[in-house]
Structures are given as C-alpha cells and as structure tokens.
Design a protein around this ligand. Structure first.
Ligand SMILES: [Fe+2]
Length: 230
C-alpha cells in the first residue's frame, strides 16, 4: 500500500469516528512529531501489544474494495504475559469495502456494528484440511441468541448487534454499498494476527508500505522506526 492511501484512510476514519462521537486514546491523534515529543518509557505497553492504527489492503491492491482501517484499543500477548487477556479494535469500512475470507486458529471475536453504514457478515464452516466447507450448515451466536446458518449465509447486523465468531469459522465482512461509512468494533480473546489468521486465496494481513509521502499518523507497525529515530 502507498503511504498516501494510509494517510487518507486514517483521515477518513477520524472523520467517521468524530461524526459518531467516538473518541480514541490520545495517541490515536498523534502525528509522528507528537510521538517523538510525548512518548516515553511509560508508553512501552503500546509498542509491546501493537496498539494503535492498522491499515491493510490484504495484498489485493484494491483498497477501496478490499481493505480495512482499524485501531487496536487494547490487546495482550500470551507469552510473555503482557497487557490485557482480551482485545478490542475499532474499525472503519468504506461503503462496499470488505475483508477476504479468513478464520482464526485460536481467537474468538465478537464483530460489532456501531454506527454509520450496514455491517454484513458471511459464514462457512471449515473442513479439517482448512478449506471452506460448502455443504455443512453451522450455528453462530448473535448477542447470545443461537442462529443456525446455511453455508455462505449472509447476516445483516443492525447497529448495536454483533456475531460471535469462534475459531475455525470462516468469515468475511463488509460495509454494504449504501453510501455510508461503517464504524464497527471487535471484542475478542487476545489477537495474534501474525500467526492466528488463515486466509483463502492469497490474502494476507501485513503488506509492504510504499513511502510515497511522509506519514501523518503512525501505524502500529511503524513504532520500530520511532525507536530508530529516538
Ligand atoms: Fe476475523
């Protein structure tokens, strides 16, 4: 992804969060210079648990159709045991923007619709060989309510509601192409995106960044650079 796309995506996310009265921790608003000025030893937990901004096109090269902008508000690491034993993200999806199909080996996550656009979630069970099971129905919980589903069933999630995605349940979600930016969230067990995500069709969570302009905000993958500067 180009840095200019990432800068624009975070601006867009700030706009949507502001519109719906959702505030982030103070470092969510920091420029790289603010980080250099303000961050000290007391901020190490942020680096260790990769809190803060994340933005990806999942290696598909078409961010408007396939991508997400997220802010990790809280998370932990199991080994060594640091941070919280749970994770939370706030995410922003443009109308029509989606994630590729994936499941998690260990993480259970509630994917929540908060405000703006309409959250859509499509589900398949996984076969033991990790391919998608296109024939077996499954069961999912919507805010504690049991919902049987057919393979490939699509759930429309009203604001305030969520689906609980358990390990090895294939899911993809998107904002309906209805003109509104979606603000959603994820509350989960500890998130370990480098090893816990299984994507179909070559999707990947971490992508190289082409530095065509200076960053206006730092992603959580940029903190290493901050240490080099500091
Ligand atoms: Fe997921």
């Amino acid at each position: 992804m180009k840095r200019s796309q990432i800068n624009a995506a975070i601006e867009n996310a700030h706009r949507a969060l502001r519109e719906h009265g959702i505030r982030l921790p103070e470092y969510g608003y920091w420029s790289p210079d603010d980080w250099r000025r303000n961050a000290g030893p007391g901020h190490h937990r942020i680096y260790e648990n990769m809190l803060g901004w994340a933005c990806t096109d999942f290696g598909q090269g078409d961010f408007d159709r396939c991508g997400i902008t997220m802010f990790d508000v809280r998370n932990g690491t199991p080994e060594p045991n640091l941070g919280t034993p749970y994770g939370e993200k706030i995410f922003v999806l443009k109308p029509g923007q989606r994630l590729p199909f994936h499941f998690h080996y260990n993480k259970t996550e509630d994917i929540i619709s908060y405000a703006g656009g309409t959250l859509m979630i499509e589900l398949y069970n996984a076969n033991p060989d990790e391919t998608m099971d296109e024939t077996t129905p499954g069961v999912v919980y919507c805010d504690g309510v049991r919902k049987p589903f057919e393979p490939g069933q699509i759930f429309e999630i009203p604001h305030g509601q969520s689906l609980t995605i358990v390990p090895r349940l294939y899911h993809r979600f998107w904002a309906k192409d209805d003109g509104a930016v979606l603000v959603g969230g994820e509350i989960s067990t500890i998130s370990v995106p480098r090893t816990d995500n299984k994507f179909t069709a070559g999707g990947r969570r971490f992508v190289p960044i082409e530095e065509d302009v200076e960053p206006t905000y730092l992603l959580n993958v940029d903190y290493d650079k901050l240490h080099e500067v500091a």
